[in-house]
Design a protein around this ligand. Structure first.
Ligand code: ADP
Ligand code: MG
Length: 402
């Protein structure tokens, strides 16, 4: 689950990570009020930032007012103008795609005098089964670009799970950023606190880009991106409440409500599979036979009528889908039951209408696979059965070519 920058900064603050002061606002008046209060506390430079679940805001532009997603303001009037131009408009950044993301909230924050911008990220290195902390002197730019062009500029420390982040590792990272004296000490403290926050909140990613050094030797998180492990959310009710469903892909959201794991892709072959590994193999085989998967969909272990129906509804939301490949392994479920489930689902009037011109290829393997094939073959529906995955994929290319 992703959250907004202002939410991430609130959490970071609780863990003792240095962030500039700021207030989130839903409307212009709130933003102006926040700026006035900040001014009373000594702020003379404000930054108004669009709150959307996508980065690249600084270089992004809104559709109507052509405003940047991060606006520097020298006065309360400029804060008002910035709020007016951002709120309600759609911000397009390199990460949102052409359609952009509507701005419903902004963050009014202290403008920080920047001496240097760094990158700092924490995530799980799955290959090493360890958390990794990465820093780079190339802050403010996309880290993917740094990784590709100048990988030597990314310094990493892997954390032993049983030991946690060691002080000397944090020192090594701060040293790699070229920091000295007070700034060095502050950066070490910052990294220790950030790692603690990452672990305690069950985050799967914390990215501070940029982490900045001020001329006075202070270190701040100017931007913050946090993603949490969905499987651990049950033990963080407070974080769960930060979910902003309007920022999520509506179909993926609908799928998650039915306990289905769906990710939309750009191809035209819809897939319905039980098990994530089999789903990936199915996508590979579709590609190998010349097709492009329209989605990833794992319906879980028990493929019953209800899950199959929901799966169809979700796949068919996507207008690009020209064929559907169902690949179910009957281990926990019997294939004949799944076959009957598929037939019942396809007969459902709502689904029947949508699949009229969408051939369905079904490959059922495992317990009672033979009976299942007979059930499919004997039905008078637009459903084609296959035994081998290869055959299923060939059927897909055949129906796409037809
Ligand atoms: P994004 O990554 O979405 O573009 P950032 O929060 O990283 O958004 O902001 C982009 C750039 O704007 C930063 O690299 C920094 O140079 C500047 N910036 C952001 N927040 C502040 C701030 N509080 N004070 C001064 N400059 C800022
Ligand atoms: Mg950033």
């Amino acid at each position: 689950m992703k959250i907004h920058e202002y939410q991430a900064k609130d959490i970071l603050k609780d863990y003792g990570v240095a962030v500039p002061a700021g207030v989130a606002a839903d409307n212009v008046e709130q933003a102006v009020e926040a700026a006035k209060k900040m001014k009373e506390n000594g702020t003379s430079l404000f930054v108004v930032k669009a709150q959307i679940h996508a980065g690249g805001r600084g270089k992004g532009r809104t559709k109507n007012s052509d405003a940047k997603g991060v606006i520097l303001c020298k006065s309360i009037d400029e804060v008002r103008d910035a709020a007016e131009s951002l709120l309600g408009d759609t911000l397009v950044t390199i990460q949102t795609g052409e359609e952009g993301q509507k701005v419903k909230k902004i963050y009014v924050t202290d403008g920080v005098d920047i001496e240097q911008e760094f990158y700092l990220g924490i995530l799980l290195d799955r290959a090493k089964s360890k958390n990794v902390i990465m820093v780079s002197t190339e802050g403010g730019v996309e880290i993917e670009k740094v990784a590709e062009e100048t990988p030597e500029k990314i310094i990493k420390e892997w954390i032993e799970p049983g030991m946690g982040l060691q002080h000397n590792q944090a020192r090594h990272l701060a040293f790699a950023l070229g920091l000295e004296g007070d700034a060095f000490k502050k950066a070490v403290k910052f990294i220790m606190a950030l790692y603690n926050c990452y672990v305690e909140t069950d985050a799967s990613l914390v990215e501070i880009n940029p982490l900045v050094l001020t001329p006075g030797g202070d270190v701040y998180a100017l931007d913050a991106k946090m993603t949490f492990d969905d499987n651990a959310l049950f033990r963080h009710k407070d974080i769960q409440e930060l979910r902003d469903e309007s920022e999520e892909n509506p179909v993926e959201l609908e799928a998650s409500k039915h306990g289905l794991n769906y990710i939309k892709l750009d191809g035209n072959v819809g897939c319905m599979v039980n098990g994530a590994g089999l789903a990936m193999a199915t996508m590979d085989i579709i590609k190998l036979s010349g097709g492009e998967p329209a989605n990833f969909l794992d319906v879980g272990g028990s493929a019953n009528v209800e899950t199959v129906k929901n799966g169809f509804q979700i796949i068919l939301e996507d207008q690009n889908v020209k064929a559907i490949l169902i690949n179910i392994f009957g281990g926990i479920v019997r294939c004949d039951r799944v076959a009957n489930g598929i037939i019942e689902a396809v007969k459902d009037p709502e689904i029947a209408e949508k699949v009229e011109n969408v051939p369905i290829i079904v490959r059922l393997q495992g317990t009672n696979a033979k009976e299942a094939k007979e059930i499919i073959d004997n039905s008078d529906l637009n459903v084609i059965s296959a035994v081998l995955l290869k055959e299923a994929a060939e059927q897909v290319s055949k129906v796409l070519a037809a």
